[in-house]
Design a protein around this ligand. Structure first.
Ligand code: PMV
Length: 313
């Protein structure tokens, strides 16, 4: 009746941005991510028959449980349980700031919920449950490099990689982001003249990243990942009104990444729906990259490749 799970956020090398026009929160673009082992969410689910609704505490403060309850409703239906739950979730990194807390949050919640309710599902089914809450969470069910497609009822799956990648996260602000991903994507689809081009181009970029990972070619991975992120942001910026997540420090960090490359360090940037910059590099260069980024960041975190969502208690 009680379980605790941890999950890591992930960063997409090939970005998901946009949803298909079918129910179930299915991406319009295929994505490939890497698990961020340096950051984690820890979530406890405890069923309590005396509760009249689910109660969510996020980093010690009561929070809106609507999305968490929708996930729990699915698991309750599978388990044949009606009791509500107390959910306690804690991130060891800034929440809802574009550092992917929804990915690790819903993956940890899904893992803890099926365990607390005694439901046995395989990882792909767990990934589908997480996807319906947040598509990037489908990827955080698995560790390492992970792909999520665009097919009906898509589940994420691990991807082979011969490339060794470390991600240096450069946080630009610790405050909340401007707009949720879901509303940002819908705004982009409805108003950006570049949206159709973005969706049409994304499968080619994802295929390139998959091939580059298999070949162990970090430079090819980095070049394509940076292109995926900047094309996604170009699509966002062309929305009306513009969806502009960049801050001055975001551009400073992009310049620092270019300077690193000019110095001969293999480093490429990616940016999600927030101002933070995440830099892909070889594990041996991570400290040097973090030092270079530090003057333009409020915090840098070195994330080596992380493992899957797992039960710890
Ligand atoms: O799944 P969501 O709602 O957290 O959206 C994720 C969107 C991006 O982070 C911008 C890209 C991605 O593939 O993770």
């Amino acid at each position: 009746m009680r379980a605790t799970a941890i999950a890591h956020p992930n960063v997409a090398l090939a970005k998901y941005w946009g949803k298909r026009a079918i129910p179930g929160n299915v991406p319009a673009t295929p994505s490939i991510s890497v698990s961020l082992g340096g950051l984690q969410t820890r979530t406890t689910v405890e069923l309590d028959p005396s509760l009249t609704k689910d109660v969510l505490t996020l980093n010690g403060a009561l929070a809106d449980s609507t999305r968490a309850s929708a996930l729990l409703d699915e698991v309750r239906a599978l388990a044949g349980i009606t009791a509500f739950a107390r959910i306690e979730s804690h991130n060891d990194f800034p929440t809802a700031s574009g550092l992917a807390s929804s990915a690790s949050g819903f993956a940890a919640l899904a893992r803890a919920a099926v365990t607390a309710m005694g439901v046995s599902v395989d990882d792909r089914e767990l990934s589908r449950i997480a996807r319906r809450a947040s598509a990037s969470a489908a990827r955080s069910v698995f560790g390492g490099f992970v792909a999520l497609g665009t097919e009906d009822n898509a589940a994420a799956e691990p991807v082979e990689s011969a490339a060794h990648v470390t991600v240096v996260v450069a946080a630009v602000t610790l405050g909340p982001k401007l707009q949720s991903s879901t509303s940002g994507m819908e705004h982009c689809r409805a108003t950006s003249p570049y949206y159709d081009a973005w969706v049409a181009d994304a499968p080619r970029v994802a295929a390139e990243i998959r091939a580059a990972l298999a070949a162990g070619d970090l430079e090819r991975v980095g070049v394509a990942a940076e292109a995926s992120a900047l094309r996604m942001h170009a699509c966002m910026m062309a929305s009306a009104p513009a969806l502009l997540y960049f801050q001055p420090a975001t551009l400073d960090l992009l310049a620092r990444v270019r300077a690193l490359r000019a110095e001969g360090v293999a480093a490429w940037a990616t940016i999600d729906a927030g101002p933070h910059v995440k830099v892909l590099c070889a594990p041996r260069d991570a400290t040097r990259v973090a030092e270079k980024l530090a003057p333009s960041a409020v915090r840098t975190i070195i994330a080596h490749v992380g493992g899957p969502a797992r039960v710890v208690e």
